[in-house]
Design a protein around this ligand. Sequence first.
Ligand SMILES: *Cc1c(COP(=O)(O)O)cnc(C)c1O
Length: 357
Amino acid sequence: MKKHNFSAGPCILPQEVFEKAAQAVLNLDDSGLSILEISHRSEAFIAVMEEARALVLELMELDSKQYEVLFLQGGASMEFLRVPYNLLAKNQTAAYLETGNWASLAIAEARAFGTVAIVGSSKNHNYNYIPKDYAIPDDAAYFHCTSNNTIYGTQMHEFPATTIPVVCDMSSDIFSRVMDYSNFDLIYAGAQKNMGPAGVTLIVVKKDILGKTNRKIPNILNYEQHIAAKSMYNTPAVFPIYTSLLNLKWLKNKGGLAQMEKENQEKAALLYAEIDNNPLFEGTAKKEDRSLMNVTFVLKNNAQTEKFSEICNNKGISGIIGHRSVGGYRASIYNAMPVESVQILVDAMQELQVLYK
Ligand SMILES: *Cc1c(COP(=O)(O)O)cnc(C)c1O
């Protein structure tokens, strides 16, 4: 039986994408070759790469004269250092918003290149909210934020207006909502949360912010080198890029970001309503900052944990155990998660409630 997969990442993808990817492993578009064995310099793969790069800009409604799209390796964690390497000169300061563990890892990497100013932090409350009313120094090299905090279940619903470049780690809510993406100068996301399989990172960068640090940057870490090589400086992650393209096409056919956002709001509303109405459970993130992607909650009484696990197992619910730093449960309800699966989780929570009436 196919399970209801609430894993935070690597995560669920649409069944249709799994099937098409599986077919391409056996025989790519009737070519008699597997996607796994063709050259990344072949016409077939260059077409995949170019279609994927163009579709990213189309979905984000970004101008191809200003923005470049790269599919690189190393995960979002590599961008924690590639960003300051390319954007932060030794004598400069970068402003960071500290909203979770991923943000603090990004901060630690940036400190190797220049000065970091933490302009806001929710660390003192185990990152259960998004800091507001912080000031960004206008001489900062850039402002870095994390749009969705995968571990803590918080999400930025507003972004600061600033004249300095804005860099955003969108790993866990990329392509989940309509936004004015032109407010960002560099967006990055590890594919495996909401875009595709593990092994590739999406980077969308505004060209005019690059090349300003006067630092010698090793080619493999230099965004400008990758742009010049059309994201083929070295062998790209062929299969994760192909599968990400399948997923982006699925998304576009469904109605694009507007349709995705509508469904994501419905799914999140359904689950949060149960968390708020069911007396056995409570949410861990501050309500106004709740994530539409990762829903974190706990059982008020630990003695009911075993029973709840049993009910969830019986229903084929998988991957809802919370991150060790928060505990409890985390239901990741990314783009590909059907509302029917969210309803099954809600049913499980109600079944537990009936038992302890
Ligand atoms: C998972 C995650 C990362 C780390 O991604 P890797 O691809 O494993 O390096 C970074 N930021 C956020 C917000 C994440 O959810």
